[in-house]
Design a protein around this ligand. Structure first.
Ligand SMILES: *Cc1c(COP(=O)(O)O)cnc(C)c1O
Length: 396
């Protein structure tokens, strides 16, 4: 019996990680997250961020953040329900609801706690949550926090979804279908028109987590619901303010009734301090920029098409992506890790994604293309992919 405070049970688990080769150190970024970064002391092309539009270090957002700090300070000082609800938070919700063409938008401190807080608040015992098997971890956690029952359908399998809806319609009061709008590991888009039709047929509610779609898909980045012209037919649309928008935070857009209820029952809003003014000011500016011009969204799509086409021509397998998320599928886990390491040695940072994040045997590196990448940077990255691909014998 050792001393319990030495945390030996954790030390043993950490040793296990080292034995199975999954122990890692975090990469360290020296400076802003942009198209080329200083990583562990070296300048490399960054193909790993969610900073789709290049807003994370944009001068207009920085200026807006500083102005918000001058006016409101660095912290909001309390949870929103006490005295942390500033006029700038209310302004952001107005701006977001207008941008998303919904009655209301309710903001959270992150996309993660938006899912954790919303799902729990809008469901209860006697309800059924029906969730795509590839939904994000924060949806899984939100579902675990809910007292509702849950069923999982195979990824984008509309027959199985209908089967579940049909079998359970009479057993539950409310059914809630939850899906990612864009799936982050493959870059495919949810079959939203079919999901909405099934939901209407069986009187279920719909909940779309559009973390990777907002700021990317639809008119000026209005998201997956806009992309499919489904305004008014999705009950809850989640967006992050930390990916394309470049800052931090999350929100759910929907009806006034939704807003009123979350205002009273969303636990991250009742029990956690609201977003800092700098973040809120920068986000308001980002939404303004998206409304003003489609140049940012057009640029990210053009860059993604350019990059995908070049990789495809070389014989890389870029999977079934329909968005700027560009997986390069290698298969073998160890080989995927080695590919990523060799790319980094040559000057391209792109993370390997392997089991359990994706199914066994579908290891990959995932390239995240942004509006900020120049053609020269993309060409340089493609050339490095070619060299390493040839050396490792993974070109088709
Ligand atoms: C990234 C992501 C989140 C979490 O968003 P954060 O703002 O980073 O907390 C939630 N859902 C999905 C689908 C995501 O991809």
């Amino acid at each position: 019996m050792g001393n319990v405070h030495e945390l030996n049970y954790l030390k043993e688990k950490i040793e296990d990680l080292k034995k199975e080769g999954t122990y890692r150190k975090l990469p360290v970024l020296e400076g802003a997250n942009q198209a080329e970064i200083l990583l562990n002391g070296r300048k490399v092309i960054n193909l790993s961020s969610n900073n789709y539009l290049g807003f994370a270090n944009h001068p207009r957002l920085k200026k807006a953040a500083i102005e918000a700090v001058e006016k409101y300070g660095v912290g909001s000082g309390a949870v929103r329900t006490i005295v942390g609800n500033m006029s700038i938070h209310e302004e952001l919700e107005r701006v977001l609801s207008e941008f998303k063409k919904e009655e209301a938008a309710f903001i959270y401190q992150s996309g993660f706690n938006c899912n954790a807080g919303t799902i729990q608040a809008i469901t209860e015992a006697g309800d059924l949550i029906i969730s795509d098997e590839l939904n994000h971890a924060s949806i899984i956690d939100g579902t675990r926090l809910s007292r509702a029952d849950k069923k999982i359908f195979k990824h984008s399998d509309m027959d199985e979804l209908e089967q579940i809806l049909k079998e359970n319609r009479d057993k539950y009061r409310n059914m809630l279908i939850i899906t990612d709008g864009v799936f982050s590991m493959d870059g495919d888009i949810a079959k939203l028109p079919e999901i909405v039709e099934l939901a209407e047929k069986y009187e279920a509610m719909t909940y779309v987590d559009d973390a990777h779609g907002s700021g990317v898909l639809g008119e000026n980045g209005r998201g997956t619901v806009d992309h499919f012209g489904l305004h008014g037919r999705v009950d809850f649309t989640i967006g992050t303010l930390s990916k394309a928008i470049g800052v931090v935070g999350g929100y759910v857009a929907g009806s006034n009734t939704m807003y009123e209820w979350l205002n009273h029952r969303a636990r991250p809003v009742l029990f956690s301090t609201s977003l800092p003014p700098a973040a809120v000011g920068a986000i308001i500016e980002a939404i303004k920029m998206l409304k003003e011009s489609s140049e940012y969204t057009e640029k990210v799509w053009n860059n993604a098409r350019y990059f995908k086409e070049k990789l495809g021509k070389l014989g890389f397998n870029t999977g079934k992506s329909e968005t700027p998320i560009t997986p390069v599928i290698i298969g073998d886990e160890a080989k995927s890790m080695e590919f990523s390491k060799n790319l980094l040695d040559r000057g391209v940072f792109v993370s390997a994604i392997v089991f359990p994040t994706v199914p066994r045997g579908t290891g990959r590196v995932r390239c995240m293309i942004t509006a900020e990448h120049t053609e020269e940077q993309l060409d340089r990255a493609v050339e490095i992919f070619r060299q390493v691909g040839e050396e490792m014998n993974i070109l088709g």
